[in-house]
Ligand binder design. Structure first.
Ligand code: ADP
Ligand code: MG
Length: 407
């Protein structure tokens, strides 16, 4: 499949189909008849490519399976370059290095790089690679549990900035403090904050296996195992994912991570009601979602929409968490200022006939914990917010049947 057809390539998303050629002389469209896969020259060429590495993991592209079908056609070296979605920003550098390496070989005066799509289904492509979307195609695949993971709880919000990640991270750490084995999947692909909040922004997860069999090892921190897009992309790199790509990435984070035995997997979703919510809800059997809101009217409106979407998709809403319920000043801990109003979380919960699971104060240690990489349940467990998180975790630990049988 030297040149994937454009519709298939469009579905795959991350790797635009196409052919890069040096020099651009049009010879790239020759039939593959002249290929000599067993050509001894191919081994020599492979050796020249061995030093080219992925800048994120520092692993060889050959080892990662990103370079495929390297062969000689006369004096031309031909190969497929299959970069996963998170590595497409390296495409220019990698193509340049491949070209100069191959052109240094005796007898090679032309290099043809075919930009391949991953031919594998969404749940078995290389980590971070695009997958074929299931959303919007009529037939939904069966929901599939994650072997070893007993409960999946997602944290969602109608809008950003209401404390969704703060809740997800602290809930995960609080559940772990109560003795449970906890995973955190930061599925906020557009604004992954969990690595910073857990102090692991500079870590790179290990990838086992190669090509379509890649398995990511989660990062162990603060008593939990976590993965995040933030660990795979460079900081400040803008992230643009289209629906099918996003679906593939979420599935890879669910099924191509060595989660091990986990009593609970907490999922931090992006804000709103988009493709990520849809992908997660369609992929994995979930115990349910927690909807985070502030007491404020505009936050409530958005939260209502989110809540309705999950109910429509047949996903249980476990309850509402009202964040920033009242400001507690550090110099007057007995005072409470209701900056964002009062009673919003309770109203939302009542409308949807779900419990109000917690009311979390607005406190400086929460923000400090988030920025310093040590969540408030660990850095200040005795604070009002720390206590509220521990109570929320105790409530969730006590409730809830497993959402997937242990495999
Ligand atoms: N209860 C709280 N008290 C103090 N600061 C908070 C609280 N909840 C969230 N924050 C801060 O508000 C900001 C936004 O929170 P975040 O969890 O990133 O929101 P979201 O994930 O919904 O965008 C962060 O800087 C966080 O530290
Ligand atoms: Mg966030």
């Amino acid at each position: 499949m030297p040149t994937p057809d454009s519709s298939a390539a469009d579905q795959a998303g991350a790797n635009q189909a196409g052919t890069e050629q040096t020099p651009a002389d049009g010879r790239g469209q020759e039939p593959a008849a002249g290929e000599r896969p067993g050509d001894p020259d191919a081994a020599a060429l492979e050796a020249l490519l061995a030093p080219i590495r992925d800048s994120g993991s520092d692993r060889s592209l050959l080892e990662l399976g990103w370079i495929r079908r390297l062969r000689c056609q006369g004096s031309r070296a031909v190969l497929e370059l299959a970069l996963p979605g998170f590595a497409t920003s390296q495409q220019g550098r990698i193509a340049g290095e491949i070209r100069s390496a191959l052109l240094s070989a005796a007898g090679i005066d032309d290099v043809q790089i075919e930009l391949a799509q991953s031919a594998a289904p969404a749940s078995s492509g290389p980590i971070g690679a695009a997958g074929h979307g299931s959303g919007g195609q009529g037939q939904l695949p069966e929901r599939q549990g994650i072997p070893g993971v007993r409960r999946v709880i997602a944290v969602s919000s109608g809008k950003g900035g209401v404390g969704k990640s703060t809740v997800a991270v602290n809930l995960a750490c609080a559940l772990a403090r109560s003795g449970l084995r906890v995973g955190l999947l930061d599925a906020d692909i557009y604004g992954p904050n969990a690595p910073t909040m857990l102090g692991v922004a500079d870590r790179t997860p290990e990838v086992q296996g190669s090509g379509n069999e890649q398995i990511l090892t989660p990062i162990e921190t603060c008593g939990i195992a976590m993965v995040s897009m933030g660990l795979l992309i460079q900081e400040n790199q803008p992230v643009i994912w289209r629906g099918p790509m996003l679906n593939g990435i979420i599935r890879q984070f669910l099924y191509q991570v060595a989660w091990g035995e986990r009593d609970v997997l907490v999922v931090d979703l992006p804000p709103g009601t988009g493709d990520a919510q849809l992908s997660l809800a369609q992929a994995v059997p979930m115990e349910g979602v927690i909807v985070v809101t502030t007491p404020q009217q505009v936050s409530l409106q958005d939260a209502r929409r989110g809540l309705a979407m999950f109910l429509q998709m047949g996903v249980a809403v476990l309850g509402v968490v009202e964040n920033m319920s009242a400001f507690i000043p550090p110099d007057a801990p007995d005072k409470r200022y209701e900056i964002f109003g009062r009673g919003g979380g309770a109203r939302l919960a009542q409308e949807a006939e779900v419990p109000l699971l917690a009311q979390l104060p607005l406190e400086m240690p929460v923000r400090e914990g988030g920025d310093s990489g040590r969540p408030v349940v660990l850095s200040a467990p005795d604070s009002a917010t720390g206590q509220a998180f521990l109570a929320l975790a105790a409530r969730l630990a006590a409730s809830g049947a497993p959402t997937a049988a242990l495999a």
